[in-house]
Structures are given as structure tokens and as C-alpha cells.
Design a protein around this ligand. Structure first.
Ligand code: GLN
Length: 203
């Protein structure tokens, strides 16, 4: 049974653990570097990415997390988790924010709170490559999008329709996966199953 670490500094940790365990994984809350020992995969929850990054820095977790992802540990981030996995960040207005630390691992530029102030949250159907069945009912909460992705990054899903039509909201690069939306909140378990299957293949 694969062991998946869930970064547990802030955010919807409990929801991710519940879905991962439904998929047959064991989970461990990661708050200290030692808790990364022996994990087969890593999940970065939704929440507030500045808070998570600051806490990770303060607890001496940033470098161990970077090393783990660089070393090939499969990782999945939703929303704030996508921000944490991005190599480069923009604020909502499109200005670079190099002072916000990330774990990195995805050769993408991610724009925080990208969907605009008026649109605190919205829902939309997103066809995600690699998932069988109907499009995912995607819930976006003050969500980021991928502004730019390197050629080495596989685009798994885009918004279709509305003002954000065509925006990239699901990506994969090697064993690092990220979504702008929160499958852990909707009862659709396919995204987590996809990730747990990936972790199983690697462990
Ligand atoms: N807006 C949050 C951030 O920038 C992400 C929101 C979320 O995870 N639901 O970190």
C-alpha cells in the first residue's frame, strides 16, 4: 500500500487525506522534514499559498520538499498546491512575485487569483486528459491558472467557455501533477485515483 504524505501546514488537508485513503493509499500529515521519510508520493493541498510557503520555510521544510520533488517523488497539488509547485509566479495583475517562495518542479508560470476579484469562486466542466468518463466538475476558489507552460509540460485540461476560455487549469510534467481546481471537495475521486495509480507505479 503506497504511503502518501500530505503537507499539513494549512489548507484542506483532511479532505485530501480522506479521498486518498478512499483510493487505498495510506496517508501521513507532513509538518516536519522527518515525516517525508518513506513517503511514496506527496500532496500539496488547497489553501493560502503565501501562508503555506512561510510556514514551510519557518519549519525548515522548504529545502527538503524541493529536494524530494527534484529527486522524483510523485507530487500532486490542487490550487494553492499548484502555486507551490510552480517554478515562477505572477500576481493577479500579472506582475512577477519572485519574493514568494515555492517548492517548484513544474516549469510553468502560474498566475495567482487569476480569475479576477469579482469571481471569487466558480464552477465549470473541464475535460481532463487521462481521466475516463465525463468532464470533471471543477470547483475554482480564488484559483490560479497556468499562464505559460514549457514544452516539456503536458497540458491536461483547459477551461472551456466563459471569459477564461482556453486557460490552462491542469498540467503534468513527469510525475508532478497540478490542478487549479479542488477535486477533493466534489466527491469526484478520479483525479486522486490517477495520482495514487501513478504513485503505485513508481513505488
Ligand atoms: N488564492 C490562494 C493562493 O493564492 C489559492 C486558493 C485555493 O487554494 N483555494 O494561495
Amino acid at each position: 500500500t503506497p504511503l502518501v504524505g500530505v503537507l499539513a501546514l494549512q489548507g484542506d488537508v483532511r479532505e485530501h487525506r480522506a479521498v486518498l485513503e478512499q483510493q487505498g493509499a495510506r496517508t501521513v500529515a507532513v509538518r516536519r522534514p522527518e515525516e517525508l521519510d518513506g513517503v511514496d508520493g506527496l500532496v500539496l493541498p488547497g489553501g493560502e499559498s503565501t501562508t503555506i510557503a512561510k510556514l514551510a520555510d519557518r519549519w525548515g521544510l522548504l529545502e527538503p520538499l524541493r529536494a524530494a520533488v527534484r529527486g522524483g517523488l510523485p507530487a500532486y497539488g490542487s490550487c494553492a498546491g499548484m502555486i507551490l509547485l510552480a517554478d515562477r509566479l505572477l500576481d493577479a495583475a500579472g506582475n512577477a512575485i519572485p519574493d514568494q517562495q515555492t517548492i517548484g518542479g513544474l516549469d510553468v508560470t502560474v498566475r495567482r487569483n487569476a480569475f479576477g476579484r469579482q469571481v471569487d469562486s466558480f464552477e465549470s466542466e473541464v475535460a481532463v486528459e487521462g481521466l475516463t468518463g465525463p468532464p470533471v466538475h471543477a470547483v475554482f476558489i480564488r484559483a490560479p491558472w497556468v499562464e505559460e507552460a514549457a514544452d516539456t509540460v503536458q497540458v491536461l485540461g483547459r477551461v472551456s467557455g466563459g471569459p477564461a476560455d482556453g486557460r490552462i487549469v491542469a498540467v503534468r510534467q513527469g510525475d508532478v501533477v497540478a490542478t487549479s481546481f479542488h477535486p477533493e471537495l466534489t466527491g469526484d475521486t478520479r483525479m486522486h485515483r490517477f495520482f495514487v495509480d501513478l504513485v503505485r507505479e513508481r513505488s
